[in-house]
Design a binder for this molecule. Structure first.
Ligand code: FAD
Ligand code: NAD
Length: 472
């Protein structure tokens, strides 16, 4: 296939290519001094997604559009040359410092005339002086048979819509069947696999919708609707202290959620799944018929990350992401940084980590810009000398400050552990923590427009209930 090469290098400034428009990449764009570089963003998703409120979307507690912010809204506030390609990066060539990307749907130059012609069929390539990989990760099925075909994930906006459609379809179909019909029971069994925060929050939101809205619309259905939350470990939400995980299990048991811990799903068929529950030394196997299956068991790396790792000798084990050094530089490379879920800095794959890494990287690029000969010096130096070259311009190692964790449980109850590094500032669960959760989430949203829309959604459901329409 023909590869069109796009030139961004005629003004003498170094090119920084940023892959992705998620937590890491957009936080970097917001913070970087773009007047010193040509900034080129490549991502198939033309908006930033505020993932912490994604579990609220399938049932309409928060509208999907409220947590999406177009990339141009961030990019248009920047000085200098910023170009956005709505395209998927397919290959990184570290020996030639180039990126190949495909299916360019759109391209936006935010600082004047567009010098390129978008083309939807050909591959395109661009040269980088520095590359920031922020492509995130993708849901992990651990190779369990049937999950890809029959499971629903919750990672992106289209996933939320698919879950809503399937849930409403199950309820409507069941409503047409007589009580006691096994098919009706099956359709009204919603199984959520994974008791991490994604699974718990999604189950909690579904339970809220059933208790607060569906009860009034379809009163004959709600008593039969069952949400099964299956978790392989003995506890849910294992990133919290035991006191809070125990409290979470108690709150979940008081709702429409049937929590089963020490229960691992091993196989998924079209209409039922197989789960194994451990009790002491014994293991009980059970066939569970389901109407809808939501799969939330964590992440695995994307193919582009795996293929880059194969090209760099120091990256022999990429399961947890591209291994980075104390400056977030991909080990074995001189000019490729990795941030967020696609990187392995021995930190959890969270928005909080990606955001802090991006803020740090923005400072690194300011230091680099303060020494005009830096880029040339770096390209001539040996890989083993790279940390010393960084140190020579006063770049300090990345220091992560853990600010805690929050999770919504349903029934207007949340758990929170607010910290500043090792200092514990607040730890608790219940209604008050639910308000703390809301205030902190709103403050984390990256744009004023989105903050306003989320608050308006919460106000709207307090008066009028949720919008949970099929196909919308
Ligand atoms: P992402 O935000 O996933 O962004 C990746 C970007 O890369 C996307 O724009 C994608 O389109 C793009 N991309 C993908 N492939 C390519 C390619 N080939 N070329 C170019 N671009 C590509 N964390 C918290 O700290 N708190 C929370 O409350 C929280 N809640 C969550 C709720 C849910 C439902 C989920 C799924 C996650 C949640 N997380 C939370 C985790 C958090 O969302 C991730 O850790 C965070 O998004 C990681 O940021 P990132 O930039 O690495 O990746
Ligand atoms: P996770 O990795 O945190 O949890 C997945 C859970 O699935 C684990 O508890 C695991 O034991 C369980 N599991 C795995 N295989 C299973 C099987 N076959 N059967 C039953 N259970 C199985 O995944 P997540 O919840 O998607 O979160 C991913 C990342 O995003 C984490 O770092 C998390 O902290 C972050 N996140 C944070 C929040 C928040 O802070 N509120 C919300 C969502 C996600």
């Amino acid at each position: 296939k023909r590869i069109i090469s796009y030139n961004h290098s005629d003004n003498g400034k170094p090119n920084i290519v940023i892959l992705g428009t998620g937590w890491g990449s957009i936080s970097l764009l917001k913070n970087i001094d773009s007047s010193k570089y040509n900034i080129i963003i490549i991502s198939p998703r033309n908006y930033f997604l505020f993932t912490p409120l994604l579990p609220s979307c399938p049932v309409g507690t928060v509208d999907e559009k409220s947590i999406m912010e177009p990339v141009v809204n961030f990019a248009s506030k920047k000085k200098g040359d910023v170009t956005y390609y709505e395209a998927e990066a397919t290959d990184i060539d570290p020996s030639n410092n180039s990126i190949t990307f495909k299916s360019v749907n759109n391209a936006t130059s935010l600082s004047g005339e567009l010098k390129i012609k978008p083309n939807t069929s050909d591959l395109a390539s661009v040269h980088y002086d520095y590359l920031v990989v922020g492509v995130g990760a993708t849901p992990n099925t651990f190779g369990i048979p049937g999950v890809e075909e029959h499971g629903f994930f919750l990672k992106e906006i289209p996933d939320s819509k698919k879950i809503r459609n399937k849930f409403v379809e199950c309820v409507e179909k069941a409503n047409l069947l007589p009580k006691g019909d096994p098919e009706r029971k099956k359709l009204l069994t919603i199984v959520v696999v994974g008791g991490g925060p994604t699974g718990v929050e999604t189950a909690g939101e579904l339970s809220d919708f059933i208790e607060q809205d569906l009860k009034h619309i379809m009163p004959n259905i709600v008593d039969e609707l069952q949400i099964l939350l299956l978790e392989a470990m003995p506890n849910v939400l294992n990133m919290f202290e035991t006191k809070l995980t125990k409290y979470a299990a108690k709150v979940l048991s008081e709702t429409a959620i049937d929590l089963r811990t020490s229960t691992a799903v091993t196989k998924v068929e079209d209409n039922f799944l197989i789960a194994k529950t451990k009790k002491g030394e014994s293991v009980k196997e059970e066939n569970i018929p389901y109407g809808m299956l939501i799969w939330a068991t964590g992440n695995k790396q994307r193919p582009i990350v795996q293929s880059l790792a194969k090209k760099i000798p120091d990256q022999s084990d990429v399961r947890r992401g591209l291994v980075v050094n104390e400056n977030l530089l991909v080990k074995g490379s001189k000019n490729i940084f990795a941030i967020g879920d696609c990187s392995n800095a021995k930190l959890a794959p969270t928005a909080q980590v990606a955001h802090q890494e991006a803020e740090y990287l923005a400072k690194v690029f300011s230091k680099i810009a303060s020494k005009p000969s830096f880029t040339e010096q770096l390209s001539k130096s040996d890989v083993s000398r790279v940390p010393a070259v960084f140190e020579s311009v006063g770049i300090k190692p990345f220091n992560y400050i853990h600010l805690g964790a929050l999770a919504y449980l349903g029934s207007e109850k949340a758990i929170a552990n607010v910290t500043y590094g090792k200092r514990n500032l607040y730890s608790g669960g219940g209604l008050f923590t639910f308000f703390v959760w809301r205030v902190l989430y709103v403050s984390m949203i990256l744009s004023v427009r989105s903050r306003f829309k989320v608050c308006a959604d919460w106000l709207k459901i307090a008066f009028f209930g949720r919008d949970c329409f099929k196909e919308l």
